[in-house]
Design a protein around this ligand. Structure first.
Ligand SMILES: NC(=O)c1ccc[n+]([C@@H]2O[C@H](COP(=O)([O-])OP(=O)(O)OC[C@H]3O[C@@H](n4cnc5c(N)ncnc54)[C@H](O)[C@@H]3O)[C@@H](O)[C@H]2O)c1
Length: 466
């Protein structure tokens, strides 16, 4: 029996009763992701049934031929077919019923409104439901498509449950396992992944999937399904941001006769501040004497060169939006007595220049709020006149807060935390952490710096981006 016949006659095949102890896997969708998964998972010793609605692809896979141009894929597929580990079919339900785990890698194209088109996910999910309904053993469904957060649980799972009459977490498990392969180096990426992320709400399912990946990654990152879904989107938006940022740097460098690659070669060597987690966690707006000024300067430079740099030019707008979002959080409390813990643009300095906390306070004062503030580095007798003259010159709109500051400042954080109905936290220090920990539940807290590792579950606490 040749490979194609085997694929078309799954039921009658005794060839599947192989002495393979590893879980068998059905891979639904044999495109760029599914074809690579099929080949690489078979190479790890799993029996794979590849499934696609496109018969040309299933026939190619059955013959050990690659349906796409991808280095090394044809060789791995033909090896898998020769070892009786890979077959392919168009019958999703039957493939699911004859395997332990199902990987879903159907397409998720852009919908007409710019969102995600779920039609392939929905039809695959229904067929998966029909497949697991035919099984008596526990099955794991692994979603691999790039999808908006909650799609796995709110779109795919209900379809599986409706079609099967079975319950997630009882009869079958579900994981979201984002795919990070790069086309062109997909097989090398499978063998040496940048990371392996498993989103799960079911330990048994998560463990089965982690075991599959253990030969290539024994340090998988476990998280919730929604976080894993978002990770994939964030990764790709970040990659797109990097491409556009590098290109805008090149656009500015070229007319200045500066070698942009020399600039970026030096840029990437800084793994402390540039290519690092630093500056990447959601929190408050940037400020200080450097970032706002230098962003303005580079935008000005590009403009003088007659260049469009939409990414760099949009930075101050998104920064202002972050300040506005924080102000909105205060307005939504409906309270009037607002205390700030942290005034300088970051902890450990008394530098008030372009501090977003001052911008925020200024707006609140203008809107009639009763504002007070404490900063560990700024006391009533701290000399800040030079900064005031800088701020009056560079930011004349801050006049109200600059004038009011001497009367707003408190020398003790406790004064602020006791006399206010809402505390706005703009700096993360052990002192402020302790102060807030003692007041949670007694006062409303607007946290702009993620004071605590986990979001406190207290009424009246809210973070700006979490
Ligand atoms: N291409 C990549 O490099 C890459 C990387 C990471 C993640 N992803 C994501 O993985 C998913 C798949 O991407 P792709 O590039 O492999 O897509 P693709 O379009 O190449 O392949 C999708 C396959 O699914 C098949 N299909 C559709 N509905 C089906 C159904 N009901 N049953 C069986 N097969 C069905 C299609 O015929 C097609 O062959 C997408 O969500 C994508 O965003 C892609």
């Amino acid at each position: 029996m040749n490979a194609l016949n085997k694929a078309q006659d799954l039921d009658s095949s005794n060839a599947y009763n192989l002495a393979v102890t590893k879980p068998s896997i059905s891979v639904i969708g044999l495109g760029y992701v599914g074809a690579v998964s099929t080949a690489c998972l078979a190479n790890l010793g799993h029996r794979i049934i590849g499934v696609d609605i496109d018969t040309i692809k299933t026939k190619q896979i059955s013959k050990g031929e690659s349906p796409i141009h991808e280095q090394g894929l044809g060789e791995l597929l033909s090896k898998g077919v020769a070892e009786n580990l890979i077959t392919a079919t168009c019958d999703v339900a039957r493939a699911v019923s004859q395997t332990d785990i199902t990987f879903v890698s159907v397409g998720t194209p852009t919908s007409e409104d710019g969102g995600c088109d779920y039609k392939y996910i929905i039809s695959a999910a229904r067929a998966i439901g029909e497949g697991i309904a035919q099984k008596s053993s526990y099955h794991v469904v692994v979603m691999r498509c790039s999808i908006p957060p909650s799609t796995t649980l709110n779109v795919m799972v209900p379809e599986i449950e409706a079609a099967s009459g079975l319950k997630m977490g009882v009869d079958f498990g579900v994981c979201f396992n984002p795919e990070f392969l790069r086309e062109g180096t997909a097989i090398a990426d499978f063998k040496d992944p940048p990371k392996t992320v498993i989103g799960a709400n079911d330990e048994k399912a998560a463990k089965m999937l982690a075991d599959i990946y253990s030969p290539v990654d024994d340090n998988v990152i476990m998280t919730s399904i929604e976080v894993a879904e978002m990770v994939k989107y964030v990764d790709n938006v970040w990659h797109a941001t990097k491409v556009c940022f590098g290109n805008e740097v090149g656009r500015i460098c070229k007319p200045l006769n500066i070698d942009s690659h020399k600039v970026m070669d030096i840029f990437v060597q800084d793994t402390k501040l540039n290519l690092s987690p630093y500056y990447l966690k959601p929190g408050f707006a940037y400020g200080g004497s450097c970032l706002p000024k230098e962003v303005r300067a580079v935008v000005h430079l590009a403009k003088n060169l007659g260049l469009e740099t939409p990414l760099i030019s949009s930075l101050s707008k998104t920064n202002e939006q972050q300040i506005e979002s924080a102000i909105q959080l205060v307005r939504q409390t409906g309270k009037k007595k607002i205390g700030f813990l942290g005034l300088a643009f970051k902890a450990g300095t008394d530098d008030l220049r372009e501090s977003p906390a001052l911008e925020m306070m200024n707006t609140l004062i203008e809107e009639g709020y009763d504002v007070s503030a404490y900063d560990p580095a700024i006391k009533k007798d701290t000399r800040i006149d030079n900064q005031f003259s800088y701020m009056r010159h560079a930011c004349p709109h801050l006049e109200p807060v600059v004038n009011a500051l001497p009367n707003l400042l408190r020398n003790q954080g406790q004064q602020v935390s006791k006399e206010c109905d809402v505390i706005v936290v703009t700096q993360k220090t052990p002192e402020i952490q302790n102060l807030i920990a003692g007041r949670l539940g007694h006062v409303e807290v607007i946290d702009l710096v993620r004071l605590f590792k986990n979001q406190p579950n207290f009424k009246g606490y809210q973070g700006i981006g979490w």
